[in-house]
Design a protein around this ligand. Structure first.
Ligand SMILES: *Cc1c(COP(=O)(O)O)cnc(C)c1O
Ligand SMILES: [Zn+2]
Length: 419
């Protein structure tokens, strides 16, 4: 696999971050694979029950499709074992006949970032890097910190000083990273990170092409659980847009390699207050950065780095882009919880977006729709707590019992209530 510019095609060095000719983001070429599809799928499946950690990893068991990294440099936490759950209440809410969640929050640090981070940190480790750095709204930080701890590397995290989930920061401190809070938002922190010298510091934001290679494995994990049959639609939240481009690349490669018969249509959902990609998609013009505002902090990004890559994937898949309000996200998040699944706020943009696209007639009610849940329900408990204490539509308040008789009366009501 070769690394080259995703804009102008110029060849790049294996640790470059940007194209020397035009400054564009880099991208790995299609993997060259000699095995026929049936041999590959059998190999992937067999590995998941093998004893080696790198065989059991939901990323490294697809290693024929990844950039080569020496076995002893691989840093894995057993990532990307990600369940597909039926979504009966979510589907009803979106007015779909049926739907499913692909829950990437069930990763070792609670978000999809782990699938990319295992590859980015393994590459950095293999190259002898001592320090990794990222700008983060929380989940990249937590993931990087955990993988660096495993690799015995230092980790430097730049986070916005306000508007990020405390649960994520605390998790990152637990893993021993150096956390520095910066004035300004994620976009300002990413500008700082881009100034660092990649020869001295491994930069592991999603501009790092190794991250994208790891994250594309979520597409493989989804297809594998469906007998390698693609759904009609894949709906996911879009922030910096690395994940949208990773899914698109994964699905395209699966078709190219004969593993799957078609690509799903990719629907990217942004928060209305942080929707520059939606604007660019609608107008057909270059993305104009915005001052991002949303309580779904993981997608509070005004200048998404991977918008060109993501736009190519959305178009190649005949997909679409939409935007939903914070209130729609909050209510959808509560519904994901009612399915016994749960997710963090940004993830619920998938269900809110699916609902909007069904109402708009873009997604048909009978379509086979997979909604990606990007982060775990415990990633932002302050947000959930505020929702349930509010008068919101699906708020579920803590009850009180005056005395034992009152409690028994309550239990009686519950026992006899119709299902
Ligand atoms: C990082 C993240 C996103 C946004 O992904 P991008 O690749 O930046 O578009 C969405 N949801 C959660 C929970 C995240 O951690
Ligand atoms: Zn270029």
């Amino acid at each position: 696999m070769t690394l080259s510019c995703s804009e102008c095609g110029s060849a790049a060095g294996s640790s470059d971050l940007f194209c020397a000719a035009c400054g564009g983001l880099l991208e790995f070429s299609m993997p060259a694979v000699s095995q026929p599809p049936s041999v590959l799928t059998a190999l992937f499946a067999t590995r998941s029950s093998a004893s080696q950690p790198r065989d059991r990893s939901g990323v490294w068991r697809f290693r024929e499709l990844l950039p080569p990294i020496a076995d002893d440099a691989i840093v894995t936490l057993g990532e990307n074992h990600v369940p597909v759950y039926d979504a009966p209440r979510g589907a009803a809410y979106a007015e779909l006949a049926h739907g499913a969640y692909l829950h990437l929050g069930m990763n070792p640090t609670g978000s999809f970032k782990d699938a990319g981070m295992t590859v980015a940190v393994s590459h950095a480790h293999a190259s002898g890097a001592k320090l990794a750095a990222c700008a983060s709204t929380g989940n990249t930080a937590a993931s990087m910190a955990a993988y660096c701890a495993r690799a015995d590397m230092r980790a430097l995290v730049l986070v916005p000083s306000t508007g990020i989930s405390e649960s994520k920061v605390v998790q990152t401190l637990d893993y021993g990273a150096d956390v520095v809070a910066l004035e300004g938002d994620f976009d300002a922190a990413l500008v700082m990170v881009r100034k660092l010298d990649p020869a001295r510091v491994a930069i592991v934001n999603s501009i790092n092409p190794y991250r994208i290679e790891g994250q594309k494995c979520a597409a493989f994990a989804l297809l594998e659980q469906r007998g390698w049959r693609a759904p009609d639609w894949l709906v996911l939240p879009g922030g910096n847009l690395g994940n949208s481009s990773a899914f698109g690349k994964g699905f395209r490669e699966a078709v190219e390699l004969g593993l799957s018969d078609r690509v799903p249509r990719i629907a990217v959902v942004q928060a209305a207050g942080a929707a520059p990609f939606y604007q660019a998609f609608v107008t057909g013009e270059d993305l104009v950065p915005v001052n991002a505002q949303t309580t779904a902090t993981a997608i509070k990004i005004g200048a998404p780095a991977s918008w060109r890559k993501a736009l190519r994937e959305v178009r190649a898949s005949k997909g679409t882009v939409t935007a939903v309000t914070d209130e729609e996200i909050a209510d959808a998040r509560a519904i994901v919880g009612r399915d016994g699944v749960g997710c963090e706020p940004a993830s619920a943009a998938s269900l809110a977006g699916a609902r909007k696209l069904v109402q708009a007639g873009t997604i048909r009610p009978g379509d086979d729709v997979v909604m990606v849940l990007t982060g775990h329900v415990l990633k932002d408990t302050a947000y959930a707590s505020a929702y349930h204490r509010s008068g919101a539509r699906f708020a579920n308040r803590i009850g009180a019992a005056r005395d034992e008789a009152d409690l028994l009366a309550r239990i009686e009501t519950l026992v006899t209530a119709p299902a």
